[in-house]
Structures are given as structure tokens and as C-alpha cells.
Ligand binder design. Sequence first.
Ligand SMILES: C[S@@+](CC[C@H](N)C(=O)[O-])C[C@H]1O[C@@H](n2cnc3c(N)ncnc32)[C@H](O)[C@@H]1O
Length: 176
Amino acid sequence: MSEESKRRPIRSFVLREGRFTEGQRNAYDRCWPLFGVDCIEGKKLDPAQLFNNHHPTYLEIGFGNGEALAKTAAQHPENNYIGIEVHRPGVGHLLIQLETQELNNAKAIRHDAMEVLRHYLPEQCLDGVMLFFPDPWHKKRHHKRRIVQPEFVNLLARRLKPAGTLHMATDWKDYA
Ligand SMILES: C[S@@+](CC[C@H](N)C(=O)[O-])C[C@H]1O[C@@H](n2cnc3c(N)ncnc32)[C@H](O)[C@@H]1O
């Protein structure tokens, strides 16, 4: 193994940006200031400050195109939702849904969720975490890329409030 690959962190995703049309880029640029959250080194994210309220806050990790997140946020205006996703077209898709549906109780972070959990979210700030169909990394040699690992679970336990919930769904039996 090369020195470089020894140092490179094992990530739970491979970034494939795919097609990002000019229309999508314009929508992204327009909506990001309204619904996007930037991670600034050394600064913790405070949900109460982000949403300007003290409503229960739920985090969805790896929201894909954000359909589930937008739907849940629309059904539960009494809660706040933060979604994390690395795939820019997916983030763009969510931003447009939030704009179209005029949802002010959901925000998007485009960042590695592990980094967000490690460095940007304070202790006991979440009422629940949702993890729907995380990449199964089904080959045995790729299992180390699965996001559910001891460090992930420990971080969730610390970022969740007492009695906070984890809702995970997967259709891979051994991952479940
Ligand atoms: C299999 S997809 C599932 C998407 C969605 N939850 C669904 O049920 O349709 C997994 C998603 O997690 C995202 N993802 C994987 N690891 C991530 C990480 N560390 N941080 C943020 N997003 C991640 C991927 O980009 C991908 O969109």
C-alpha cells in the first residue's frame, strides 16, 4: 500500500457529481443562501440559532435527492430538520423542493457526515437521526466503508439528546 493511500481516510462515499445543468446550478446558487448551511472550521452549528427556535431537531444523513426529508419536513412543521449529503445534484434537488414548498423548517449541509458529527455538531443537540438505505458496500473488502461503524455509533450517542432516536432502514440483511 502506498504512503498516500495509507493516509487517505476511508470514506463511506465516492463522489460522482454526475450531470449538473446550468438550470440546476442557477437554482442551487439561488437557494443555497436560504436553505444551505456552511461548515466553518472551529465554529459549532447551533440548531436553535439556525432555525431561530427551540423546536426538536432531526438529522438525516445521506438524504440522496431529499424527497423523504422534504416530505417529512412538510408533514411536521413542529420539528426542525437538517439533512447532510455530499452529492451536489441531490442537495440541489432538495433545495428546490424546500423553495417550491416554502419550507422553513429544513436546511441542507453539503459535507461528509462523519466530519459534521465529529467537528460541527455540539453534544446532545439532536432529538433524532435518520439514516435511510445507506450505501451497503456489499463486497466484503468494502465493508470498512459502511458508515455504521463503532466511531459513527459513538458519535451519534453523544450528539443525540438522552432518549433521542436513531431510525435506520436498509434492505441488506447482514448490514441490518
Ligand atoms: C444509497 S444512497 C440513499 C439515499 C437516500 N437516503 C435514499 O434512501 O434514497 C446513500 C447516500 O448517502 C450519501 N452518503 C454516503 N456517505 C455519506 C457521508 N459520509 N456524508 C454524507 N452523505 C453520505 C451518498 O452520497 C448517497 O446519496
